[in-house]
Design a protein around this ligand. Structure first.
Ligand code: ADP
Ligand code: MG
Length: 621
């Protein structure tokens, strides 16, 4: 037999290596923005075209590069940021691996312009397929501009793998948001297809957060600030009413680097216990600063996952800091009706303010801002729940008896509105299949039945459907696995890794093919068809996190917890617009369930509006 091993040609090796760092246009956005920050820029402009597919360009007013450095910067392992292995433990810059520009040059056409303050002329360089095709002096202001054009033009398989412009643009905005949030002192702008999407002047962290995430947060941020010799934490966490059903606005930064950490997220969620429903996510933007020697950032090619020397301390610290911050501002919120009605059942909301709490609150300066007009919060009377009365129709009797939610719920049922809590009377419900359905607030579906109409909670309904489907899958019909083109690696905290290992056999029946790959690391070989490519890691992290939320529920088996977690994770979330076809399929699937009226955890999946009740409301009976 002849020998078969060959060395890969450089350009192929580079392209393969590039795949780790540059997965999509947004990866280049992150790397180029970080380089600009490392170069000491105070003003950074990001321009994209065609969701970054044809152009990602970052222009900065930083240090600039000499002619030689400009050329060198595209070599693999070319970096000015570390020289010795020890430097790895002192990293204060965003980059250090010297891979980003080499990777970009391997998979795209690149134009670089740069000038240092001490140089007369700047440098212009064009690169394609890792080769310099043009170099000449140019006139250029101090700083650097790097443009990545036609990403993956030479790797069609990857080019085809890119998502729609909407999806790729969302990734770009996510990366931009993370970087801009961690450096509020730097001015940033983002222009897409000639239209300016963000222009952020140098500002405070709070202003930056509000500019990036929306003014609705302006009055809803609670300051977090704790310092110790070992580490500092600062930033903002949302008042409980910022909790949403999707986990969008949650940011952790360690030494100014955005990281994902299911473990630390769990610490925050724990601090909110009792204040928000179990499956909702408060906003937070938290910055942890500690000695770089205490962390290993080098565990992941895009540096979004890090290892802490002592994770438990950080967990406890984060949790304590959030609890402390929330305790100072524990004021009963005026509820947003977007929130799940189950929030009303929580102690923190239902129980009236104690005398002690009131005294404490009144003493805080925050009290005064809240009691002023037009603020998000108002503390006027014993109960802030009176708005619920506007929402729920209340009979005369109800008005006299105060605002106890328990009574309201009773009346609510007596009046003829039937929620999924009550099983009786519903079995006769039939959908009118030809009638159009209507989606409201991208969260509810109005559907006609033989007894008038029902209001379906899209997420709860989907959760019920999936719950039954997965229960079947575990029993005897495994879910089909969609194998990934590029298997992904996933590294987890030790605790999570142990947990995931335990769950692997059952996960396989549910469509997740995951293999152990060294200590605390896994390879994701495949996921069920309904997990979007690119979201695999997040899906698994969310499942683990949700699973952990159930960890106190001793009455459930491991499988039961897993099925519930995955049903929750895969269910369509509020905010997703559904087509007629999707709505009809969803509601029909719900009614085909063995128990359509509630989710596994007992929340209603729909509310039925009965004919006589509606007539009564209009004074017709
Ligand atoms: P790393 O950031 O890990 O060092 P990169 O491939 O991102 O590696 O960049 C390589 C080198 O090019 C950097 O170390 C830096 O010296 C230089 N460089 C890259 N971008 C800029 C910039 N915008 N301004 C000045 N120097 C830059
Ligand atoms: Mg870099």
């Amino acid at each position: 037999m002849s020998d078969r091993i060959q060395l890969l040609p450089d350009n192929i090796a580079n392209q393969i290596a590039a795949g780790e760092v540059i997965q999509r246009p947004a990866s280049a956005v992150k790397e180029l923005l970080e380089n600009a920050i490392d170069a000491g820029a105070t003003d950074i402009k990001l321009i994209v075209a065609d969701a970054g597919k044809s152009l990602v360009q970052v222009t900065d007013n930083g240090s600039g590069m000499s002619e030689t450095d400009a050329r060198m910067s595209f070599e693999r392992h070319a970096t000015s940021k570390i020289a010795r292995i020890d430097d790895l433990f002192r990293i204060r810059t965003m980059g250090f691996r010297g891979e980003a520009l080499a990777s970009i040059a391997a998979v795209a056409q690149v134009e670089l312009k740069s000038r240092r303050a001490e140089d007369e002329a700047g440098t212009y360089i064009e690169i394609e397929n890792s080769l310099v095709t043009k170099q000449e002096p140019i006139a250029f202001p101090v700083g650097t501009s790097i443009a990545m054009k036609n990403v993956f033009f030479n790797v069609p398989a990857r080019r085809n793998f890119l998502k729609s412009n909407a999806v790729e643009m969302r990734h770009i905005v996510d990366e931009f948001t993370r970087v801009a949030m961690s450096f509020p002192g730097i001015s940033f702008s983002l222009t897409a297809n000639g239209q300016e999407i963000f222009r952020l002047g140098s500002s405070s962290l709070k202003q930056r957060i509000v500019h990036l995430l929306g003014s609705s947060y302006a009055s809803k941020l609670v300051n977090v600030q704790e310092q110790t010799d070992y580490l500092n934490i600062y930033g903002f966490t949302g008042k409980p009413d910022t909790a949403k059903k999707t986990r969008g606005d949650q940011y952790f930064f360690v030494n100014n680097r955005f990281i994902r950490s299911a473990y630390l997220n769990h610490a925050v969620m724990n601090a909110y216990q009792q204040m928000i429903p179990a499956d909702s996510y408060p906003m937070y933007a938290l910055f942890i600063d500690l000695d770089p020697a205490q962390i290993d950032i080098n565990v992941h090619p895009t540096k979004q996952e890090i290892k802490f020397e002592d994770e438990k301390i950080i967990y406890a610290f984060v949790q304590a800091a959030i609890k402390h911050a929330l305790a100072q501002f524990s004021i009963m919120p005026t509820l947003d009706f977007d929130l799940d009605p189950s929030i009303q059942k929580l102690d923190a909301v239902e129980k009236p303010f104690t005398e002690n709490q009131k005294i404490h609150t009144a003493a805080s300066s925050l009290y005064n801002t809240f009691t002023q007009k037009n603020q998000a919060h108002l503390i006027e009377s014993k109960s802030d729940l009176k708005h619920w009365k506007d929402f729920f129709p209340v009979t005369e009797k109800g008005r006299d008896s105060g605002s106890s939610l328990e009574t309201e719920k009773l009346e609510y049922e007596q009046t003829g509105l039937i929620t999924g809590y009550r099983k009786d009377g519903e079995s006769k419900l039939r959908l009118l299949e030809d009638a159009e359905m209507l989606q409201v607030h991208a969260a509810y579906i109005v559907a006609a039945t033989n007894q008038d109409f029902i209001l379906v909670h899209q997420q709860a309904a989907h959760e019920r459907i999936l719950y039954e489907r997965y229960a079947d899958a575990i029993r005897d019909k495994p879910v089909a696995i969609q194998r990934s083109l590029f298997p992904l690696t996933l590294s987890l905290s030790t605790q999570d890794a142990i947990l995931l290992q335990e769950l692997l056999p059952d996960l396989k029946l549910l469509g997740y093919e995951i293999e152990l790959f060294g200590k605390d690391a896994f390879i994701i070989q495949g996921t069920p068809g309904d997990v979007e490519q690119g979201n695999e890691k997040m899906a698994i992290e969310q499942i683990l996190e949700q699973y952990k939320n159930f960890s106190n529920e001793v009455k459930f088996s491991k499988r039961e917890k897993l099925i519930r977690s995955i049903a929750w994770q895969h269910a369509v979330k509020p905010g997703r617009y559904l087509t007629q076809k999707e709505m009809k399929a969803l509601v029909a699937d719900l009614f085909a369930c063995t128990q359509p009226n509630i989710t596994a955890s007992g929340n209603a999946t729909y509310i039925a509006f009965k004919k006589d009740y509606i007539e009564r409301m209009f004074g017709k009976i």
